[in-house]
Write a protein that binds this ligand. Structure first.
Ligand code: 3HC
Length: 284
C-alpha cells in the first residue's frame, strides 16, 4: 500500500510538528483542528519552523513555500475522507481519542490507516473503536518533531504487516528512524523517560537539590542534551501529567503517577514552554 495523502488531527505542539515534517517531505497534508484560533496558532508555529530552517540554510525559501502550500488547514474532519493515513495528535485523553477513532473510521476510506501519536495510551484501546483494527497502529513522534530522529511504530496483535510496511515507508520518506515496539502503555521511550522525569520533580519537592543543580547534574553527569526539569517544560507539564495518569492506571503503580507539584503547576496554568512559564520562563 502506498501512502500519498496525509491527514493530521490536532495542530498543537505535536500536530503542528508532524504536519511540518510531512509537508516538507512532499506529502500533501490536511491538518484539522476543532476551532479557528488553535488552528491559526498551529499554522504560525509551522511557518516559524520553516522560517527557522531557511534562516539556518537547511531549507531553500522556495522549498519552504512549496511545503507550506502542501498544507490544507481545515475545521471539518470530513475533509480527511480521501487521506491514506490519518495521524491523531489530540489531547492525551482516552475518551476523546476513542470518540475520534470511531469518527475517523466512519469518515475515511476502508483502505486508510488510522494512526495515533499517543504518548501512553495502549493502541488496542483505540483500535477497538474502529472496524479496521488491522489498519490501526501507534506512530509516535518526539518533541521537537523536526529535530528528533525517532518514531516509535506500535503494533497491536491485529495490526497487519501491510500497515507496518506502509508506516515504515513513511518513516523512511521523513528520513527518520522507526523502531518497532509492542503495544504496552508508554511504549519504550515514555515507559523509561517519564518515571525519571517525575523522580527529578520529587528531588526538587524534597529540597534535595535546586532546579539548576538537578538539570546541570543530568546534563554534565550523564551527557543528556537537557536536564529533566527543562525537558518537562519542553514536553508540556499538562502532557506529562496526562501520561503519568495513564501509566499509573495501566501498570497499577502509584509511583508512576505525577508528583503533586506537577498537578499544582497545571492548575496554575504553568504548562512549560507552550504557556511561557513552567520550571523556567520562556523568552521568545
Ligand atoms: N524546531 C526546529 N529545529 C530546532 C528546534 C525546534 N523547535 N529546536 C532546536 N532545533 C534545532 C536547531 O536549529 C539545531 O539544529 P542544527 O544543529 O542543525 O543547527 C539543533 O536543533 C540543536 O538546537 P540548539 O543548538 O538550538 O539547541 P540544543 O543544542 O540545546 O538542542 C534540542 C535542542 C534538540 C531540543 C536538544 O536540547 C534535545 O535533544 N533535547 C532533548 C529533547 C527530547 O528529549 N525530546 C523528547 C521528549 S519526549 C517526547 O517528545 C515524547 C512525548 O510523548 C512526550
Amino acid at each position: 500500500m502506498t501512502i500519498t495523502r496525509i491527514g493530521v488531527v490536532g495542530c498543537g505542539l505535536m500536530g503542528a510538528g508532524i504536519t511540518q515534517v510531512m509537508a516538507a517531505a512532499g506529502y500533501p497534508t490536511r491538518v484539522c483542528e476543532a476551532a479557528a484560533a488553535p488552528l491559526q496558532r498551529g499554522l504560525e508555529r509551522i511557518r516559524a519552523g520553516y522560517d527557522r530552517a531557511v534562516k539556518k540554510g537547511t531549507l531553500a525559501q522556495v522549498d519552504a513555500d512549496a511545503a507550506f502550500a502542501r498544507i490544507t488547514p481545515s475545521l471539518d474532519r470530513r475533509d480527511l475522507a480521501d487521506c491514506d493515513l490519518v495521524i491523531e495528535a489530540i489531547a492525551e485523553d482516552l475518551t476523546l481519542k476513542t470518540t475520534l477513532f470511531a469518527e475517523l473510521d466512519a469518515i475515511c476510506g476502508p483502505q486508510a490507516i488510522l494512526a495515533s501519536n499517543t504518548s501512553s495510551i495502549p493502541i488496542h484501546q483505540l483500535a477497538q473503536a474502529t472496524t479496521r483494527p488491522d489498519r490501526v497502529a501507534g506512530f509516535h513522534f518526539f518533541n521537537p518533531v523536526p529535530v528528533m530522529q525517532l518514531i516509535e511504530l506500535v503494533s497491536t496483535p491485529f495490526t497487519s504487516n501491510e500497515t507496518q510496511q506502509a508506516l515504515h515507508a513513511v518513516g523512511t520518506q521523513l528520513a527518520k528512524t522507526v523502531v518497532d515496539v509492542q503495544d504496552v502503555s508508554g511504549f519504550i521511550v515514555n515507559r523509561l523517560l517519564i518515571p525519571y522525569l517525575f523522580d527529578a520533580v520529587r528531588l526538587l519537592e524534597q529540597g534535595i537539590a535546586s532546579r539548576n543543580a538537578i538539570d546541570t547534574a543530568m546534563k554534565l553527569g550523564c551527557g543528556y542534551p537537557m536536564g529533566p526539569l527543562l525537558l518537562l517544560d519542553v514536553i508540556g507539564i499538562d502532557t506529562a501529567v496526562a501520561i503519568g495518569d495513564v501509566l499509573a492506571r495501566e501498570f497499577n503503580d502509584a509511583h508512576l503517577a505525577p508528583p503533586q507539584r506537577l498537578r499544582e503547576m497545571v492548575a496554575q496554568g504553568l504548562l512549560g514552554r507552550k504557556s511561557g512559564q513552567g520550571f523556567y520562563t520562556t523568552t521568545v
